[in-house]
Design a protein around this ligand. Structure first.
Ligand SMILES: Nc1nc2c(ncn2[C@@H]2O[C@H](COP(=O)(O)OP(=O)(O)OP(=O)(O)O)[C@@H](O)[C@H]2O)c(=O)[nH]1
Ligand SMILES: [Mg+2]
Length: 435
């Protein structure tokens, strides 16, 4: 970018010049040159621009493998302390990977007061735009949830696509949903989240086609979008009702037989599906990604003497689970209410496992199932030294296992048996369940 001053007589004055820099170790985004008079300008634009363009093009070649993925800048604006903010951003990065995006840069702002319209202050927003140009990102992902107005404003100012944490999680859910029920639940949540955020596609375009009196095609288009979205929501709600009916019947049938139900709950990526597989020798998909399971899987787990329990594995929890998502998985989460015993599985190799435990407890309380008997189980003990495992288990009254090593599961099986049966009778089933 070049600005040329004009002297009172109309002759050119000082020349001001600045340009974007290719990515560099110092993290500098742009170069501003000291002002020159026109006589001092002894290099042709081509001499400056050709090598610069070449250099700016380099990332294209080196990032070739990830190039098909959308490039995103992660942004966090919060008054939380530095450590909490960074760890939350780290989780956002994992979420971005799980959504098959390519996070190429971070912008962090710690502030007591967030900007009502753009969350970020003006200076930071400029930094975001520059970073976007430099790293060729076209997507901004905020760790904090944004109001519809903020999404619109930030999108207008930066000309980039804007997502927040909830939308990112919804996107992952949409990519992963397999059963019809999960698909309907996710689409409903997405549409409900989007409805108030629908806006004119482009202000420039609607100005062009706006017509006289302000009732041009731009405005009508928005109304059509909103109506279509509402229609679709109504249709999906009906479908959800009939799916829920089927689920209810299955639940009633199951409740008619006095078989205890165990549900594995826990933070996303704790190893819930791996544990279900190990206990019941099945092959529910497991992955080192957040939210690999969205649907409930139910298996039978047999014990000696013809005893058996039903064991279920379901969607994982995450800190600040958006309320829209809780709603989306209501019927899945409702199944947890049928459980007679919850296995709360914790990944003790996670640096913040105690926070994760807290987040799970909070969600269980929100769902009103904090009174269900619980067995606290620490997983991934193979990744932590034995002494620490023993210490942590003792401190929290937990049982240590490694779902990848079936040999470690015997004490867990014994504990389940002990909690479920007392002598020959069930200890977790109410006597009334026989009628
Ligand atoms: N080292 C180690 N890795 C484990 C253990 N248990 C599970 N994992 C790994 O942890 C990752 C997550 O396991 P999953 O079983 O998919 O976790 P999940 O809790 O079902 O996760 P979501 O369904 O995404 O909420 C996988 O890569 C597993 O192989 C364990 O005991 N030790
Ligand atoms: Mg899973």
């Amino acid at each position: 970018m070049v600005a040329i001053g004009v002297l009172p007589g109309g002759l050119p004055g000082k020349v001001f010049m600045a340009h974007l820099l290719p990515e560099n170790p110092e993290g500098k985004i742009y170069e501003v040159y000291p002002p020159l008079s026109i006589e001092q300008m002894n290099r042709s634009a081509e001499d400056i621009l050709t090598p610069l363009y070449d250099e700016l093009d380099v990332p294209e070649k080196t990032y070739a493998t990830d190039d098909r993925k959308e490039r995103a800048i992660l942004i966090s604006v919060s008054k939380a302390n530095k450590l909490d903010q960074e760890e939350s951003l780290e989780e956002l990065r994992e979420l971005a990977h799980s959504a098959e995006l390519n996070p190429v840069g971070d912008v962090i702002q710690r502030t007591k007061m967030t900007h009502p319209k753009t969350l970020l202050g003006e200076g930071k927003l400029k930094e975001v735009i520059m970073k976007g140009l430099q790293s060729r990102a076209d997507l901004l992902i905020f760790d904090q949830n944004l109001t519809p107005l903020q999404v619109r404003k930030i999108g207008e100012i930066t000309e980039m696509k804007v997502l927040d944490r909830t939308q990112l999680i919804l996107d992952i859910f949409a990519q992963r949903a397999v059963t019809r029920e999960a698909q309907v639940q996710v689409e409903l949540a997405q549409l409900r989240y989007r409805l108030p955020r629908l806006a004119e596609r482009s202000t420039a375009l609607s100005r062009l086609t706006g017509g006289i009196g302000g009732r041009g095609p731009g405005e009508t288009r928005l109304e059509v979008d909103k109506r279509r979205t509402r229609d679709r929501i109504t249709r999906l709600e009906h479908e959800m009702e009939s799916l829920a009916q089927g689920r209810l019947q299955r639940r009633m049938k199951r409740n008619a037989h006095p078989i205890p139900i165990l549900s594995i709950v826990g933070y996303t990526n704790a190893g819930k599906s791996t544990l279900l597989n190990a206990l019941t020798k099945s092959d529910v998909k497991t992955e080192n990604l957040l939210f690999s399971t969205l649907d409930t899987s139910t298996r039978r787990l047999r014990f000696p003497r013809e005893r058996e329990v039903i064991i279920t594995d379901t969607v994982g929890f995450i800190q600040s689970l958006p309320p829209d998502l809780m709603g989306a998985f209501q019927s899945t989460l409702d199944e947890l209410k049928d459980a007679h015993l919850l296995i709360h599985l914790v990944d003790i190799s996670a640096p913040r496992f105690e926070d994760q435990m807290g987040a799970v407890e909070a969600i269980l309380a929100q769902l009103g199932i904090d009174k269900t008997p619980k067995l606290l189980v620490f997983n991934k003990t193979d990744r932590v030294d034995a002494e620490t495992v023993a210490l942590l288990c003792k401190r929290h009254g937990a049982l240590g296992v490694s779902a990848l090593h079936p040999g470690t599961l015997l004490p867990l099986l014994a504990a389940i048996e002990e909690r479920v049966w007392q002598g020959d009778a069930f200890s977790v089933l109410p006597a009334a369940s026989n009628d």
